[in-house]
Design a protein around this ligand. Structure first.
Ligand code: ADP
Length: 272
């Protein structure tokens, strides 16, 4: 018999520890596998821009530097790779800080309308370069006060609108709000490439991209939606997506409506 097979022996050992120990060991094994996979993914993602920048710089040093036209082109590409590397490191830091709870959330009551408007202003140029317009779905004349971390929600809306720009060729990106009782639903709607249904559940995983080349071309790190997901989890809420290939996508999330001017003053920080 093969009752001395190492795996069987290990299983017998595990069994001796009892069922709880067994579960603990399984959890540890999963965590360890996850860590290893994550490290491999990160190394791979870091290598790509470093390798590209290295290539351009070395080619320049090997003589391409003497050709004025080539020089400019290669330096531009090297700079773009380094910008991508910088973005990737920033995103990795943000993600790990949120995951480990290192970043404290600062909950406050604020009007989300001007905050979203600021995001639109910030990204308007990027959109115009692509024959796209970003605007509010309808005019929001009265304030919508939410109870949340304003900086992090700014980041969430920025990531969603940036993606809408990246994955839409032309048309309109709409940012909107729907108040439902004590909650407001915030949505970002695009007329872009859409996401195939079989990939919908995976786009929030780190480094998952439907189309790797397109994401990289647009300067994507593959971490934007993972960051969105984690920030919203820290708010006890989640992000939803509805998408049709070739027609577009709508990303949305809900936030609790806070007290406005009749309660706490605008921007008052809660003492937790
Ligand atoms: P990336 O940096 O690649 O954009 P994200 O985490 O922000 O990374 O998004 C993961 C993937 O989800 C993208 O690579 C893209 O394939 C898909 N995706 C995200 N937003 C959209 C969108 N608005 N329209 C179509 N596809 C999207």
């Amino acid at each position: 018999t093969n009752s001395n097979h190492p795996l069987k022996r290990i299983n017998r050992e595990i069994y001796k520890y009892g069922v709880n120990k067994h579960k603990e060991i399984e959890d540890l094994k999963r965590l360890e596998a996850f860590r290893r996979e994550f490290l491999a993914d990160v190394s791979h993602e870091l290598k790509t821009p470093v390798f590209a920048a290295q290539g351009f710089v070395h080619t320049l040093l090997d003589g391409a530097i003497d050709d004025k036209k080539v020089r400019r082109k290669f330096l531009k590409r090297a700079a773009k790779s380094l910008d991508n590397l910088d973005k990737l490191i920033q995103d990795l830091l943000t993600l790990s800080q949120i995951e480990t709870g290192e970043i404290k959330m600062h909950f406050e009551h604020f009007n989300i309308v001007p905050l979203a408007s600021e995001v639109i202003d910030q990204l308007e140029n990027k959109a115009e370069r692509k024959d796209l317009t970003i605007r509010f779905d309808q005019p929001y004349n009265s304030p919508i006060f939410v109870h949340a971390d304003a900086d992090r929600i700014y980041r969430v809306i920025t990531n969603l609108v940036s993606n809408a720009i990246k994955y839409t060729e032309s048309g309109e990106i709409l940012v909107g709000f729907e108040v439902e009782g004590q909650k407001v639903q915030v949505y970002v709607k695009d007329t872009g490439v859409g996401i195939p249904p079989e990939h919908l559940s995976r786009i929030f995983e780190r480094f998952f991209r439907v189309e790797k080349s397109r994401s990289k071309e647009m300067g994507g790190t593959g971490l934007g939606l993972a960051i969105v997901k984690h920030i919203l989890e820290a708010h006890n809420t989640k992000v939803s997506v509805i998408s049709t290939v070739g027609k577009g996508s709508t990303f949305s999330f809900k936030l609790p409506i806070g007290q406005g001017a009749d309660g706490l003053e605008d921007g008052t920080v809660d003492t937790e």
